[in-house]
Ligand binder design. Structure first.
Ligand code: NAP
Length: 253
């Protein structure tokens, strides 16, 4: 169980990419971290890394869109690591296509992971936050929320997460719980590698084209997002709630 001063964070989609960077960063900040992803075995390397750096972590295999699995996964975190009072809803998928070619299955798959998943995880975790009279919810949105060709499903889900965030801030504020969203721009992960592959473009060419449109003239890294998550999860951010922070190397929103 957690020591009196050690808070517990849950990061979804944390086996790799942005989620793994956020999990490592929160562990450095002193949180015990539940590394949650679809495949429990895939979470183990991040858990081992955190443990080898002196932190506490737990691998949790959960499909965030599965109501039962979410409920038992969050209960397991509370039993084995301690009551979770920080939640980072990061798990995500893309199923890109132009509207006229998009299947209902691809629409549902994206809604299920981003929106239903964030709803189920937040509903399960809020109990521990309201009981503790302290909590931090960080939702990972995207610049795609502002519109993105070929991503009508993803764009709608990421915009939906922004409304979700603002409503959580209104409902949970009186319990000492804040809710904020980070909207990343282009970040180098397997997700953007897959996007380039789908477009039939070499990743380096894809990156060069995207970077030419970014004011700071570089691609983002998972660590760029982890810095922002660390701020929102921290004690000092208690008066910041319902905000959408674009971490995209330039102005958005
Ligand atoms: P990623 O490398 O594809 O990682 C996403 C992780 O989420 C994977 O480990 C994946 O597991 C997991 N996941 C997918 N469905 C899940 C489910 N139902 N339950 C639990 N875990 C699930 O993507 P990323 O680039 O790090 O993206 C992380 C978040 O940032 C996503 O929400 C994404 O939309 C958002 N984002 C990314 C970018 C970017 O440029 N990369 C920009 C803006 C926003 P599997 O590997 O087993 O599928």
């Amino acid at each position: 169980m957690s020591t009196p001063n050690e808070r517990v964070a849950v990061v979804t989609g944390a086996a790799r990419g942005i989620g793994a960077a956020v999990a490592r960063r929160l562990a450095q900040d002193g949180f015990a971290v539940a590394v949650l992803d679809l495949d429990e075995a895939a979470c183990k390397p991040v858990v081992t890394e955190i443990e080898q750096s002196g932190g506490r972590a737990l691998a949790v295999g959960v499909d965030v869109a599965d109501e039962q699995a979410v409920q038992s996964g969050v209960e397991r975190v509370a039993e084995q690591l301690g009551a979770p009072t920080v939640l980072v809803n990061n798990a995500g998928v893309t199923r890109d296509n132009l509207l006229f070619k998009m299947s209902a299955l691809d629409w549902d798959a994206v809604m299920n992971v981003h929106l239903r998943g964030s709803f189920l995880m937040t509903r399960a975790a809020q109990r521990y936050m309201t009981e503790a009279r302290w909590g931090r919810i960080v939702n990972i949105s995207s610049v795609s929320a502002l519109g993105s060709r070929g991503q009508v499903n993803y764009s709608a889900a990421k915009a939906g997460l922004q409304g979700f965030t603002k409503t959580l801030a209104i409902e949970l504020g009186k319990f000492g719980v804040t809710a904020n969203a980070i909207a990343p721009g282009f970040i180098e992960t397997e997700m953007t590698v897959a996007t380039a592959a789908r477009l039939g473009i070499e990743f380096e060419d894809f990156k060069k084209a995207v970077v030419s449109t970014i004011p700071v003239n570089r691609g983002g890294t998972p660590a760029d997002i982890a810095h922002a998550a660390s701020f929102f999860a921290g004690e000092a951010a208690g008066y910041v709630s319902g905000q959408i922070l674009y971490v995209a190397g330039g102005p958005h929103g």
